[in-house]
Design a protein around this ligand. Structure first.
Ligand SMILES: [Zn+2]
Length: 138
């Protein structure tokens, strides 16, 4: 969820992420709306506005995540926490497939792909276009 983040901290997390959404990997230059900081643990859950609790996200991923911390894994029915860009490695939980889709490798990956709709049609279209050009999604 987007809360006020000072400009200097905003620049730091943007640069740290290479200007890419830390969930869906879309580069800021390839998105229609500007990327923004996400409180991984939302302010309403007492998450702080500090470097270690912020991720750089596209507008759509940030809105889809909202203040959620977890979701229900459709495979097991269990409550599973979401992917945390500060403590998890993207490649440990998610995989970018040649067709532009993102596949989950773990339960954390599954709930994150589902809740944030990481394979939404517009993302698949953008990733397909990028794969055909010299600009790879990652
Ligand atoms: Zn995104």
């Amino acid at each position: 969820m987007s809360e006020y983040v000072p400009a200097e901290l905003r620049r730091l997390i943007r640069d740290r992420a290479g200007h890419r959404c830390e969930y869906c990997l879309i580069h800021q230059d390839d998105a229609f709306l500007p990327h923004e900081p996400d409180h991984i643990i939302a302010v309403k859950h007492r998450g702080e506005t500090i470097e270690g609790n912020l991720a750089w996200t596209c507008y759509v991923c940030n809105r889809a995540k909202g203040s959620d911390l977890a979701s229900i894994d459709q495979t097991t029915g269990e409550i599973v926490r979401l992917f945390n860009p500060r403590t998890d490695s993207w490649g440990d939980h998610l995989e970018l497939i040649k067709d532009g889709s993102i596949e989950a490798k773990t339960a954390i990956g599954r709930v994150t792909v589902a809740l944030l709709s990481l394979n939404r049609p517009e993302l698949l279209a953008i990733r397909e276009l990028l794969a055909k050009s010299s600009r790879k999604p990652r």
